[in-house]
Structures are given as C-alpha cells and as structure tokens.
Design a protein around this ligand. Structure first.
Ligand code: IDP
Ligand code: MG
Length: 151
C-alpha cells in the first residue's frame, strides 16, 4: 500500500465563486482523507516559493498576483496514490482540454483561473506542504483511510 500525502489549494477564484464545498467534496467522495485544512491569504514571498518552478516564465508575475489576490483554502489530503488521483480529479491545466467530469473540465474556462492546485509528484508534495502547514497541524485519520482502502 502506497499511502501518500498531497497539497491541494482551492485558489482565490474558487473561494470567490463559492466553490470550496463542491471542490473538496470531489476529493472526499473519491475516498481521499483530509488531514489538514485552512483558509489564508498568501503574501508574495510564500507565493513565489510555492510557484518557484515557474519563476522566469512569462506568466509568473500574473500567477503570483492572482494567487495572492484573495483568500485561498489549503488542504492536505491522504490516500493510496493520492497525488496522481487528485491530479486526475482536477483535470488538465488548461480547462479547454480538461476532461468533463474533472473540476477544471466542469467548472473553469481559462488557464489563469483554473480554480485548483494539486502537487504533481512526491517531491513537490513534500516541498509544498511545508509552505502551508507545520508538522503539528496534520491530524491522524488512519482508521478512516484504511476503511476506504480495504473496504
Ligand atoms: P498545474 O496547476 O496543472 O500543475 P502548472 O503548469 O504547474 O499547472 O502551472 C501552474 C499554474 O500556472 C496553472 O495552474 C495555471 O493557473 C498557471 N499557468 C500555467 N501555464 C500558464 C500559461 O501559459 N498562462 C497563464 N497561466 C498559466
Ligand atoms: Mg503544477
């Protein structure tokens, strides 16, 4: 069993549009387990750290401006192969090519307002989770996790 932990963000457009519930429900219904959750507004330094891999790209400053523009909801989610599973639920980066049924395919129109972030690898998840959560902010929900996986 490969239990992983990933970082999900309901970005400021999701919060502003009242989609926190719809988005988090999709991960919960799949059987993934929320082990930490908070609403916060990022400052520029944390935003640039989170999106460091995109530093230097033409859309970087726009991305930082947007992600700091209002409150977002950060979640730490656990499950078997949860990193890939959440990316599937989120859909392709460009909502135009995101599959219907995915969050972006159902609810978003443009790449700059695509509602959700999900870590793309174990390394990214580990790095990104540290930007949003301290180690003591994760709860243990081992029992819930095992019920979904074994059940
Ligand atoms: P991801 O969110 O699907 O992992 P990334 O390539 O990591 O996609 O890009 C991070 C975020 O940057 C995207 O979710 C999107 O909001 C924004 N972004 C990516 N590429 C572009 C672009 O070409 N123009 C504008 N925004 C972009
Ligand atoms: Mg990414």
């Amino acid at each position: 069993m490969t239990i992983e932990r990933t970082l999900i963000l309901c970005k400021p457009d999701a919060v502003s549009r009242g989609l926190i519930g719809d988005i988090t429900a999709r991960f919960e219904r799949r059987g993934y387990i929320i082990v930490a959750m908070k609403m916060l507004q990022l400052d520029g330094d944390r935003a640039r750290a989170h999106y460091a891999e995109h530093d230097g790209k033409p859309f970087f400053s726009e991305l930082v401006d947007f992600i700091t523009s209002g409150p977002l909801v950060a979640l730490a989610i656990e499950g078997e192969n949860v990193i890939e599973g959440c990316r599937q639920i989120i859909g392709a980066t460009n909502p135009l090519t995101a599959a219907p049924g995915s969050i972006r395919g159902d609810l978003a129109q443009t790449i700059g307002r695509n509602l959700v972030h999900g870590s793309d690898s174990k390394g990214s998840a580990e790095r990104e989770l540290k930007i949003f959560f301290d180690a003591n902010e994760f709860v243990s929900r081992r029992h819930d996790l095992e019920r979904w996986i074994k059940g």
